[in-house]
Design a protein around this ligand. Structure first.
Ligand code: ADP
Length: 308
């Protein structure tokens, strides 16, 4: 293992970033952004850990929209050397529509996105290229979109990575539309939890996929060998997944503007604190503080406040 004690932290986030088109008004105006669950977490991790190296691991095409995503990653300070480039392919895209009541709905064009070819042959980026990392982070969306063979290879590699001292963080982020069946999703999530050190699921997702309630969810995750992490419970705040059942007293935001990216930013706040030596309690508090800010803004990624 090349993990030296005194060098900056190395983190890799694996997944899909997409072009986001937010419909603005009936005249057809739209705003274009770049977002994706693991991408959002990577951006916040980089902001919270300015001395760390944070790589975004994905596959893109070579067209203009792919360049936009590549440039966005770079402008957020992410390492881009583990981004596979596939001439002829394009990234995924989604549109956000907001109805007059402020209710948002999403339409996706991602079924043939370049990111789906991540870790598939022929390739220049393989799971083994992440071996020097201290932490690898991925989600159930990552697992859902990559090819079954790539999924199996990634999970097998994670086992080897952990046996050499690497740490793995995972958010199931269950999206039924991305899976052929709930059975397939359950099997993949169980396999991922088996390779997870820090689990960051949300209670709603766990109930949707596995049934039961909060107590059953916590018991199931602990029985699966999870030793760290937090179960996100929306406005009620998180509860620890280390067997302590600790849950910080949290402030609830009454005027929620947009919950997009809430879970992703929570994960970054939690991981940044945990990687800096904070306790699970401190990590949950930090995750919630950041997520509570994010829900008060439109969009997944908070604008950077210029320092004077
Ligand atoms: P996800 O976005 O993954 O579905 P949650 O809905 O549980 O996850 O929200 C993620 C996190 O966002 C929560 O753990 C909490 O910290 C924060 N959050 C969500 N809603 C609120 C709220 N109304 N007030 C304060 N924090 C909130």
């Amino acid at each position: 293992m090349d993990r030296a004690p005194n060098r900056p932290l190395k983190i890799a986030c694996i997944g899909e970033a997409m072009i986001e088109v937010s419909h603005q008004d009936t005249a057809g105006a739209a705003r274009i952004g770049i977002a994706g669950d693991t991408f959002n977490t990577a951006v916040y991790l980089r902001r919270l850990l300015p001395d760390a190296s944070v790589s975004y691991v994905t596959a893109l095409g070579t067209d203009r929209p792919s360049e936009m995503i590549f440039e966005a990653a770079r402008s957020h300070g992410l390492e881009t050397n583990l981004i596979e480039r596939r001439p002829g392919l394009s990234p995924g895209l989604y549109m956000i529509f907001t109805d007059p009541q402020g209710e948002r709905s999403f339409s996706y064009w991602r079924s043939a996105s370049a990111a789906r070819t991540l870790f598939a042959a022929p390739r220049t980026v393989a799971p083994g290229d992440l071996s020097e990392c201290d932490l690898v982070y991925f989600s159930g969306i990552t697992l859902a979109i990559i090819a079954p063979q790539a999924r199996a290879e990634l999970l097998a590699w994670l086992a080897a990575f952990r046996s050499q001292g690497g740490r793995v963080a995972f958010d199931p982020n269950y999206r039924p539309a991305l899976w052929a069946s709930a059975d397939e999703a359950r099997a993949a999530m169980i396999a991922a939890f088996a390779q997870t050190d820090i689990a960051l699921p949300s209670l709603d997702d766990e109930i949707a996929l596995f049934g039961g309630g909060e107590a059953e969810t916590i018991a199931r995750l602990l029985a699966a060998g999870i030793g760290s992490g937090a179960l996100k419970r929306g406005a009620s705040g998180p509860v620890a997944l280390d067997g302590s059942g600790e849950a910080p007293e949290v402030a609830t935001v009454a005027e929620v503007v947009d919950t997009t990216g809430a879970g992703d930013s929570f994960n970054a706040g939690f991981l940044a604190k945990a990687l800096s030596g904070g306790s699970i309690f401190d990590a949950m508090t930090a995750g919630h503080a950041l997520a509570a800010k994010v829900v008060q803004h439109r969009g997944a990624i908070l604008p950077l406040v210029e320092k004077t």
